[in-house]
Design a protein around this ligand. Structure first.
Ligand code: PLP
Length: 434
């Protein structure tokens, strides 16, 4: 459920007319609904009745300071993939003492910064990382809390580029080596064993792979509790969202009327299915949702520049491009694209919706049917709140796009569009060329 809908002819985010946002701040601009984020947070945080659950929002999905602050205010903790992400949480005025740090390549500097900030735990991905964390903690005279990320070798049935829990991936320590890795960890003087972690991939739309992961991890978790007194299990993120027909039928998505067995995974089904196995462990449960917290809470606004009618093919050329939203080019992903002003008297158009970048992959949609629109009119790319702005680049010397946060009838620019001067400010001509 999200808070984007047509009021009259105009697409609104909560009570705000998106065309007004586009006119005020220009395009391309990301717009986020604070109420949708709050709903998503509340649903996932309350999905496992009777269990002690902590949500550690995966910052990499959307690391805008206002989004982080909003989630912090709601009671969320965080999961970082870099020290930069941790510093963003701190800069947003949210705490990190209940937050966790994952990633296969943590540097010494990152480990030191995280220890100094007093994070809850490191999620360790290799034996050499254990040695490094122990070393840095020793230098600082502190103890580092850790969990080992266990790779359960489960196929999450998702896109190959976002699968992380099979033995072919670089992530975590294989299940059969995990016991030995914990044994090694227990021998380090500056390390405290706190829990166990697993994250099998992203955009997972069925609960089966999560159940399989728990089946594999459960016995090990109990053994670790017995042996080292671990207090929590983190089952990672990965809950998928529905990208198709995101706007189709009012406040609820089209699929919410399907029989339960046929619906894509919801936080409620995820929670209700996994809670029984989890409650048997008697551990605190950490959830690390990223995409499912923010994807449907964001849209990317774009302006139509040209309608180019080709031979047997139309191209709708818009002012957003793969540098602003790379998901279609990188993961072949689908985003629903709708006009900000709906006019049912207009004809439909079938077109490739493309950006201006000199790459054939700069294409948001192929042969997409859309209401006929022309130069100067606005479109919204739906479900762009996760892995959108955070992956934006400056390719073709295009600026990093602006971001706006909406709550009710209030809205504010939370990231100004980058200027040309800012873009070149770190560059210089060397003396030997002068
Ligand atoms: C990316 C990531 C997440 C979040 O994944 P989503 O699919 O966005 O929910 C959680 N945990 C870890 C360790 C990750 O790398």
């Amino acid at each position: 459920m999200h808070h984007f809908r047509y009021a009259g002819q105009n697409l609104h985010c909560e009570s705000v007319d998106l065309a007004e946002v586009a006119r005020l701040y220009g395009t391309p601009t990301y717009v986020y609904s604070a109420t949708t984020i709050e709903d998503n947070y509340t649903r996932i945080a309350g999905s496992m009745k009777g269990l002690d659950v902590r949500v550690c929002y995966a910052v990499k999905a959307n690391s805008n300071l206002a989004v982080l602050r909003h989630l912090g205010n709601l009671g969320s903790s965080f999961e970082f993939a870099s020290a930069g992400e941790m510093r963003r949480v701190l800069a947003a005025g949210a705490g990190v003492r209940e937050s966790v740090f994952a990633g296969v390549g943590k540097t010494e500097t990152e480990i030191r910064l995280a220890l100094e900030a007093g994070i809850f735990a490191f999620h360790v991905e290799s034996e050499p990382e254990l040695a490094r964390i122990n070393h840095v903690a020793g230098k600082l005279g502190v103890k580092a809390s850790i969990s080992i990320r266990v790779n359960p070798d489960v196929d999450a049935h998702t896109h190959a580029k976002i699968t992380t829990g099979t033995s072919a991936n670089k992530f975590g320590i294989p299940l059969k080596h995990a016991s030995a890795a914990y044994e090694a960890a227990s021998k380090y003087p500056n390390i405290t064993i706190k829990g166990i972690q697993s994250h099998i991939g992203s955009q997972i739309t069925e609960v089966g792979p999560f159940e399989e992961t728990l089946e594999k991890l459960g016995p090990l978790a109990l053994e670790l509790k017995e042996r080292y007194g671990i207090t929590y299990i983190s089952i990672g993120g990965g809950i998928g969202v529905v990208y198709k027909d995101a706007l189709a039928s009012g406040p609820y998505s089209w699929w919410e009327t399907l029989p339960e067995a046929k619906r894509p995974l919801t936080p409620e089904v995820y929670g209700a299915t996994l809670a029984p196995a989890l409650s048997g462990l008697g551990l605190k449960v950490l959830l690390e949702p990223g995409r499912s917290m923010v994807a449907n809470a964001g849209v990317l606004l774009s302006r139509v520049e040209y309608l180019k009618r080709g031979q047997g093919k139309n191209f709708l050329i818009v002012d957003a491009a793969m540098n602003d939203l790379v998901r279609p080019a990188m993961y072949d992903s689908f985003h629903e694209i709708v006009p900000l002003r709906r006019d049912t008297t207009r004809r439909a158009l079938v077109a490739d919706i493309v950006g201006p970048i000199c790459e054939s992959t700069d294409c948001f949609a192929k042969d997409r049917q859309i209401q006929e629109v022309g130069e100067g009119e606005y479109l919204a790319l739906m479900s762009a709140g996760a892995y959108g702005h955070v992956m934006a680049s400056r390719y073709n010397t295009r600026p990093i796009p602006a971001e706006v946060l909406v709550k009710g009838s209030a809205f504010e620019l939370v990231t100004a569009r980058e200027t040309f001067e800012e873009q070149i400010s770190n560059e210089k001509i060397p003396a030997f060329l002068k």
